[in-house]
Design a protein around this ligand. Structure first.
Ligand code: MG
Length: 379
């Protein structure tokens, strides 16, 4: 395993080199951005660790240059920045098509470093896009489900479908590592058709048990903009006997839309057909206020970076309050992502947020466990 790190503190780089030895990785380090970009290109590291808080460094520009050079390494951001800032940078990297790994908050520990390196993107033998294509054929992809819960009654109102790659050697690989790859490599439509089919088939099974949660599907702007998406969606919905109002399409990374007019047309068409439409990760990325005005959404999902810091950051509290007020004025539903404690759940509920999602209630889980939970919740 090859690891390239850039930081302006030589001490930090020595620390990374020592950790690399402990985890059996080969490492190269530098304090100089042009040298860094050259090594990233020529040496083809598996992991790139970057401190975005360096003098005279534009972090966004650096991520853009890595994307232009088609860097396929897993990129780990390390910094003493606010977690919210790091999370936003990570999202932006994903929207550039980079494979973004964990975020390492400084000061780093051996444990957090090892965890970050555990999120390895499969590379062995085949090109990564061929490996992914083969994984779809071989049935190595699975959907996990995370409940969306009514914060007052604690009943499950919805289930979000989350794609995982059950890799034979690496275990569960998360979508951040392969969905952007699928989209830049021409597999986006195949992957989204697979997700729709699997998710709707599961919803049809749940209907047989008498439970009908809203089924939330993550949809990228590229997928929304594809001409066949609305037809594939409608055909799958009818085939599995679902109603459109039972389906919520969560628009991810809306700010990266290449064709905003086309995106708006498709979303308006689907909204008229009675599908629910959510703006995912609301509050991060750029121009989200403009999007809510121009796109016909029925719900906003408050990004977890705000919810996670609700109890310890005045900024996060102010942003969450502002989103709730905005949603109320526009008459759209709000779902808070990333609820990890009862205290946060109660605070949100008292502030007028009706729905929530997060480890506080349940982690994403396989369909069988989700079925048990749904039936218990409905009983
Ligand atoms: Mg989502």
């Amino acid at each position: 395993m090859r690891l390239l790190a850039m930081d302006d503190e030589p001490m930090m780089l020595r620390f990374v080199e020592r950790l690399a030895v402990q985890t059996g990785a080969e490492s190269r380090t530098t304090t100089d951005p042009p040298v860094f970009l050259r090594i990233a290109h020529e040496w083809a590291p598996d992991f790139v660790l970057i401190d975005l808080q360096m003098p005279n460094l534009d972090g966004l520009q650096l991520l853009r240059e890595l994307a232009c050079r088609r860097c396929s390494a897993t990129i780990v951001l390390m910094s003493a920045f606010e977690p919210m800032v790091l999370e936003t940078m990570r999202r932006i990297g994903t929207s550039f098509g980079l494979s973004m790994g964990d975020v390492l908050q400084k000061p780093m520990t051996v444990a957090s470093f090892a965890r970050a390196l555990a999120h390895k993107m499969p590379t062995s033998g085949l090109s990564r896009i061929d490996a992914l294509s083969q994984a779809i054929d071989r049935g190595e992809l699975v959907l996990h489900w995370q409940p969306i819960v009514d914060l007052t009654s604690k009943q499950i109102t919805g289930m979000e479908a989350l794609c995982r790659w059950q890799h034979p050697d690496l275990g569960l690989v998360y979508p951040d590592s392969f969905v952007p790859l699928a989209e830049t490599g021409g597999l986006g439509q195949r992957l989204s058709a697979w997700v729709l089919d699997q998710a709707f088939a599961q919803a049809a099974i749940w209907s047989c048990y008498g439970v009908r949660p809203t089924i939330s599907i993550n949809v990228s702007p590229e997928t929304f903009e594809a001409t066949e998406f609305a037809d594939v969606l409608e055909a799958q919905r009818i085939e599995h006997g679902l109603t459109a109002d039972q389906i919520c399409l969560e628009l991810t990374e809306a700010s990266t839309a290449r064709n905003p007019t086309r995106l708006r047309e498709t979303m308006t068409h689907l909204r008229q057909a009675n599908y629910r439409v959510a703006l995912d990760h609301f509050g991060t990325g750029s121009s989200t206020l403009q999007l809510i005005e121009s796109l016909p959404c029925t719900e906003l999902k408050i990004d977890k970076s705000f919810v996670l810091h609700l109890m310890d950051s005045e900024d996060a509290t102010a942003i969450v309050r502002a989103i709730l007020a905005l949603a109320s004025a526009l008459n759209v539903q709000v779902i808070a992502e990333g609820i990890e404690s009862d205290e946060v759940a109660c605070t949100l509920q008292a502030s007028g947020c009706r729905l929530g999602q997060g480890y506080w209630f349940a982690r994403p889980m396989p369909a069988a466990s989700a079925t048990v939970l749904l039936r218990r919740s409905a009983a």
